[in-house]
Design a protein around this ligand. Structure first.
Ligand code: 4NP
Length: 148
């Protein structure tokens, strides 16, 4: 059976579009479906941030066709694993959980790897943060793809 994985950040324009594209490239699309969403609704319908598009392109990855959407309660039914980029996203997703089963699906992305940080930092106000964000997400997605 297919595993459905959802990547979640705040805006769904910087971090989670990268996580969606990076994990997608590392898995067999017949076995794993990857999507992304934001806990906030500020950018619904928009393409990813140009800075995320640029860092992805640097590594040969095209994410510009993605479209921002907001996380919904129904995502708990659709997805097997929900990865939050930071603790704020993690807590906001958990607030929408209705059952222990829902709660168990929510994980902090960087807990999949042994790193000195547990959050993917929000790069929205840091033009220089996108490379670091890419590397953190890439490391975590390599571990996830191996496990799936
Ligand atoms: P993201 O970054 O959560 O990685 O997509 C952000 C994007 C937009 C905003 C904050 C963070 N914003 O405040 O509009």
């Amino acid at each position: 059976m297919k595993t459905n994985v959802l990547m979640v950040c705040l805006g769904n324009i910087c971090r989670s579009p990268l996580a969606e594209g990076i994990l997608q490239r590392k898995v067999n699309p017949e076995q794993v479906f990857v999507d992304s969403a934001g806990t906030g609704g500020y950018h619904i319908g928009k393409a990813p941030d140009p800075r995320s598009i640029a860092v992805a392109r640097k590594y040969g990855l095209h994410i510009e066709n993605q479209q921002c959407r907001q996380f919904q309660k129904s995502d708990f039914q659709k997805f097997d694993v929900i990865y939050a980029m930071d603790l704020s996203n993690f807590n906001n997703i958990l607030k929408l959980a209705e059952t222990p089963e829902d709660e168990n699906k929510v994980k902090l992305l960087l807990t999949e790897v042994d790193l000195p940080v547990i959050e993917v930092p929000d790069p929205y106000y840091d033009d220089n943060g996108f490379e670091k964000v890419y590397q953190l997400i890439d490391t975590a997605c390599t571990a996830i793809a191996k496990k799936l």
